[in-house]
Design a protein around this ligand. Structure first.
Ligand code: SAM
Length: 235
């Protein structure tokens, strides 16, 4: 529940709340989904990491498995004007994403229905946020190899996702994922299988790329890592 701002709250906080409400109001969805959108953008550092990485790049951004397209709203609200192409296999989410982008007047933003394997061919910065664990081992390896090939040819790739390892964060992440699948929010295989960090970085390393890995869970209890991949050419 978002309470009214207190009169003495610092201006930055008021502006932030107003921005979150403005974004959520663009979505033609239930009040519960709007609260989810507000909470997600407020607590998850993934969108800020993309902004930090690509703010000054002139290349388009491809958002693979873009869901509701929240990244596009975050980037535009923070002054990043790079063209953005998001795709996701969930047609309902893409419908909501297209409507919200139009209502928000987001320029040079395109959303379409597609499988992760349908990576558009154009030169772009590639973003994959919280998608890998919805793919079975084979398609996951195929996608990572496809991204590694692009990275070898000069693309920057940013991946955020939870990883498998013995920790309380990982156990919490799996428990939350059981709820997500039970709720039907994301169509996914019955078996929950998070990748290890080695599984994510090895195709890139084999392609001669440099991977920077760090925790990226922000104010969430999830076992998330950020992987930023740059080709040796870009260094
Ligand atoms: C946890 S959501 C993340 C959404 C978005 N990346 C974000 O961080 O705001 C995972 C998304 O991956 C999408 N997804 C899962 N498997 C996919 C596939 N094979 N092809 C395309 N999208 C897929 C789901 O539909 C869902 O929208």
């Amino acid at each position: 529940m978002i309470s009214s701002p207190c009169p003495s709250a610092p201006e930055g906080l008021l502006a932030k709340r107003a921005r979150l409400r403005r974004i959520a109001a663009r979505f033609d969805c239930s009040a519960a989904t709007r609260y989810y959108i507000i909470g997600k953008i407020a607590t998850d550092p993934a969108y800020a990491a993309v902004l930090h990485q690509f703010r000054d790049s002139r290349l388009p951004i491809v958002d693979i498995g873009c869901g509701l397209g929240l990244l596009a709203h975050y980037l535009r609200e923070h002054g990043c004007a790079a063209p953005l192409h998001g795709y996701d296999f969930d047609a309902k989410k893409i419908r909501l994403a297209i409507g919200a982008a139009a209502r928000g007047g987001l320029r040079e933003v395109k959303f379409e229905v597609g499988d992760v394997a349908d990576l558009p061919p154009q030169a772009a910065n590639l973003v994959l946020l919280d998608v890998l664990h919805y793919l079975e081992a084979g398609p996951r390896r195929d996608l990572l190899e496809l991204l590694a090939e692009r990275a070898r040819n000069g693309a920057s790739v940013l991946i955020r996702g939870a990883v498998r390892e013995p920790s309380w964060r990982y156990r919490f992440t799996v428990a939350q994922e059981c709820w997500t699948r039970w709720s039907g929010w994301i169509p996914s295989p019955a078996r929950i299988e998070f990748p290890t960090i080695a599984e994510i970085v090895s195709p890139f390393e084999a392609a001669g790329c440099h991977c920077e890995v760090r925790p990226l869970w922000g104010r969430t209890p999830f076992n998330s890592r950020l992987v930023v991949v740059k080709s040796r050419q870009a260094e």
